[in-house]
Ligand binder design. Sequence first.
Ligand SMILES: [Fe+2]
Ligand SMILES: [Fe+2]
Length: 155
Amino acid sequence: MRDLSECQTYVMHMRLEHRHINEAVHDVVSLFSTETAANSKELVEQLAQKLRVLRAELAKHFAEEDAGGCIEEAISHCPSVSQAATTLEGQHSLLLAHLDRLIEQTRKRTIDEDPSQLQVNINDFAKQLNAHESLENQIMQDAFGTGVDETNSCS
Ligand SMILES: [Fe+2]
Ligand SMILES: [Fe+2]
């Protein structure tokens, strides 16, 4: 098990990755919401490509968290976060499966199709991912105090 300072270092790294992932998701959402994206084959392909890159980044990020993401240490250090930690369980595979469906849906999309459903699905994925990462940030903040301020709020 990692010690407190190792986990604090890890959490700083994790938060940077979350920021990077958020930017990539924002990029996807913005691209899709441009008017031309709905009607351009090239932009649809660009969207599919961005989703594939995001998928690879997320798979790496999730694997790193699963292999030693300091969640166990957070629970040990601050048992009150255990319920939130349980909520996170299983979400990685669900999020990746969701993203796989989006990639497939984008790949199959023809220019004439109504893009609104795909857009709804992308926004839905972005919300779910954001909720997941926010909860992780909150757990780490509560346990290790490595957020905006450096104090923890473990009770
Ligand atoms: Fe995660
Ligand atoms: Fe994460």
